[in-house]
Write a protein that binds this ligand. Structure first.
Ligand SMILES: *Cc1c(COP(=O)(O)O)cnc(C)c1O
Length: 388
């Protein structure tokens, strides 16, 4: 046995297609069945087949969890009913009096949940600019249990140095949670940089087809995984099997879709950066991004998310009302291109002074560049920007 070669970990694209899944043992079905059941019959009292009740175990969900864990390079995946419920489960593993340091420019819904719901339960939050490790270190307290970052942030595309964040968190005896929704594991794998918990809104790129709300956590530590499983089974934010199956279908093409999103995103960012109507373009893949060097160090691609400053709310409104291929909608990460004004849409729940402080102006437009033909996308932007 000693001269057996160590099996090589399959490459990302192979993991995307196969991880977590095996042909169904009873029929050979190549796709994991959608186990649309609430309970499982037990052969006799005190003995079951590993499945008791679907809030706790579901084979379709477990296939998805195995797949997501493999993509992030982690040991344990946990699927949730939404991205927010996945983040909430991590906070529910804390206690009243515990302190969380969070990036200030998080997804609007995360900010609202921290500020307006979870802070009422005695969890304390401090919001900082996590681009600056010094600011993060200064915010850590004796009671800090968690550092939460999102990189790149939504919609300003700010980056946090993952290695530095892990160092600061661990020095303070806290865990580092990274919202990897924007990057996806195709472009960035936070666990490899020392993060303890990766969170996803699978609603976005992982599912990729704009037809599911879902979330996930991936962790390496066995005890932490057990604690999070306990929180989830005790509070109940599980996805249904159909949604788990749809996300699993989505991740099979993640590597192909992200390659196209990365290419189209970069092309759109370059186009906008040259356009006279654009006052600023926020995209980590552009050399003009203030953290471009960090982007090259910890990311291998920069996704289809681009923000552009047009200078006024009126100009932003005219632009988004005139695009035809870019649909005016919330959300991101689907195969189709979407456009929106964060200040009035995704970030409307963030206090206006904090929005202004972060640069989320009424003139800022966010684009989720899809995988359509790039020529058609650029034509659409050109006609919408004409005479702005
Ligand atoms: C959408 C989103 C969330 C919330 O996810 P839901 O699935 O809508 O609950 C969290 N973080 C980021 C970065 C997001 O884009």
């Amino acid at each position: 046995m000693t001269d057996e070669p160590t099996p090589r970990t399959p490459a990302f694209g192979t993991r995307a297609v196969h991880a977590g899944q095996a042909p169904d043992p009873t029929t050979g079905a190549i796709m994991p069945p959608i186990y649309q059941t609430s309970t499982y019959v037990q052969p006799e009292l005190g003995r079951h087949l590993g499945y008791e009740y679907a809030r706790v175990q579901n084979p379709t969900r477990e296939a998805l969890e195995g797949n997501l864990a493999a993509l992030e390079g982690g040991r344990h995946g946990l699927a949730f009913a939404s991205g927010l419920s996945a983040i909430e489960a991590v906070i529910k593993n804390l206690s009243a009096g515990d302190h969380v340091v969070s990036e200030e420019n998080t997804y609007g819904g995360t900010n609202r949940m921290f500020n307006k719901v979870l802070s009422r339960l005695g969890i304390e939050f401090t919001f900082v600019d996590t681009r600056d490790p010094g600011e993060v270190r200064a915010a850590m307290r004796e009671t800090t249990r968690l550092l939460h970052v999102e990189t790149p942030t939504n919609p300003m595309m700010r980056l946090s140095d993952l290695g530095a964040m892990a160092g600061i968190a661990h020095e303070a005896g806290a865990l580092l949670m990274v919202d990897n929704t924007f990057s996806t594991p195709y472009n960035q794998r936070p666990l490899e940089h020392g993060a303890d918990i990766v969170v996803h809104s699978t609603t976005k790129y992982l599912n990729g087809h704009s037809d599911v709300i879902g979330g996930a956590l991936v962790v390496n530590d066995d005890d932490l995984a057990e604690e999070l499983h306990f929180v989830r089974k005790s509070t109940g934010a599980v996805p249904g099997p159909m949604d788990a199956w749809l996300v699993l279908r989505g991740t099979k093409t993640l590597h192909l879709r992200m390659k196209a999103h990365n290419e189209n995103g970069l092309a759109v960012a370059r186009y906008l950066a040259e356009h006279p109507a654009a006052q600023a373009v926020h995209y980590p893949g552009l050399p003009s991004h203030p953290q471009h060097e960090l982007a090259l160090r910890q990311m291998s691609g920069f996704t289809g998310m681009v923000s552009v400053e047009l200078g006024s709310g009126e100009r932003a409104k005219r632009f988004v009302d005139r695009t035809r291929l870019f649909a005016l909608a919330e959300s991101l990460g689907g195969v189709e291109s979407i456009i929106g004004v964060p200040a009035l849409m995704t970030h409307a729940s963030v206090a206006p002074d904090r929005r202004a402080f972060m640069g989320v102006t009424d003139g800022l437009v966010r684009l989720s560049v899809g995988i359509e033909e790039i020529g058609d996308l650029l034509d659409d932007l050109e006609q919408a920007l004409r005479g702005l």
